[in-house]
Ligand binder design. Structure first.
Ligand code: UDP
Ligand code: MG
Length: 318
């Protein structure tokens, strides 16, 4: 029987914690009872430097229940890095991991289907939202645009898949070999190449608490995704430069022609427009190139992605 670890990143999730713990525990016990997973399977909560009571709640739950494990990070490092911290700790403890958000917006009953596919030989099983009606219009459309744009840029992602997924231990370990700081897990997992499948479910509303992804965090996340996987933006800028050069050449022909044939030409407004336009394009382009250089700068420093304060593990205590 395979040992499962359900990894739950938590950032200021005190409002949902009890409910999440309850529901996941019930599911876990049920799966154990029906011999789908090993008896020592568990739930691993990753506290991503919460400033509310989440940390205490995790610690208390760990002391109370033998199936609750914890990774307490020293500071907030963001959803993706918190997931990696959890995967890294879990990789040495279990045979298969499932990551799921603390608010349980993803359907926990899809977990059993995921395990069935895992038993059937899949190393990676994606949870895919077949229906996003519960998301706000803005979130839905921006997310859709984002996935379209990523595909256009040549990044393979699974549409409508967030970070609800099953990974076998060998897929987890392979994933951890991608040591980049600018992490976009959804893109990396599709590069692993192991046997993959999908499970479909309806996305629920958050039961309590607010989204921890502010618009600012969302934009940052999207930009990370784009720039850590594709250098096509730089190519697009080169193409834009060429196009503008061509246009200016045509404009030059036009000005020369009107000068020779009609003895009239120019005027300062046209000049200003072209200067401003080109200035803007240049600044923007330098900015994009700068973003990539910034990434190189961050990567070369090779700083750790997270700092673990404490691991709550029953095996160590014994
Ligand atoms: N999260 C985290 N660190 C952060 C932000 C979020 O660990 O800096 C966790 C959060 O606790 C939740 C998951 O990431 O378990 C997804 O966040 P949320 O549900 O707020 O995002 P949404 O579903 O609105 O996209
Ligand atoms: Mg959520």
């Amino acid at each position: 029987m395979k040992r499962l670890m359900i990894i739950v990143p938590c950032f200021n999730e005190q409002e949902v914690f009890e409910n999440t713990l309850q529901r996941l525990s019930n599911l876990l016990f049920d799966l154990i009872k029906r011999q789908k997973i090993a008896e020592n399977s568990g739930i691993l909560f990753v506290d991503d430097g919460s400033t509310d009571n989440t940390r205490q709640l995790i610690t208390e739950a760990h002391q109370k229940y033998s199936h609750v494990y914890g990774v307490l990070l020293a500071a907030n490092v963001g959803h993706q890095n918190a997931l990696v911290a959890g995967l890294e700790v879990a990789a040495d403890m279990c045979d298969v991991t499932i990551t799921i958000d603390a608010d349980l917006q993803d359907d926990i009953f899809a977990i059993e289907q995921m395990l069935d596919k895992f038993q059937g030989g899949c190393d990676i099983v994606y949870g895919v939202r077949s229906d996003r009606k519960t998301d706000s219009f803005l979130k839905r459309t921006t997310a859709e645009l984002f996935y379209k744009f990523m595909n256009f840029l040549g990044v393979k992602t699974v549409n409508n898949h967030a970070d609800f997924r099953l990974l076998s231990v060998r897929a987890t370990k392979q994933l951890l070999k991608y040591t980049e700081r600018n992490l976009f897990l959804r893109g990396i997992v599709t590069e692993l190449g192991y046997k993959t499948d999908c499970v479909y479910y309806k996305r629920q509303k958050r039961t309590a608490g607010k989204t921890k992804y502010s618009p600012r965090k969302m934009i940052k996340f999207a930009w990370e995704g784009i720039t850590s996987f594709s250098i096509r933006p730089m190519k697009l800028i080169m193409a834009l430069g060429l196009l503008i050069m061509l246009c200016s050449f045509l404009a030059l022909c036009y000005v020369l022609a009107s000068y020779f044939f009609r003895n009239a030409g120019g005027g300062w407004p046209s000049l200003m427009i072209s200067i401003w336009f080109l200035g803007g394009v240049q600044l923007f382009s330098i900015g994009v190139v700068g973003q990539y250089i910034g990434k190189i700068y961050l990567e070369t420093k090779g700083r750790p992605r997270y700092n673990i304060d404490e691991v709550l593990n029953h095996e160590n205590n014994e």
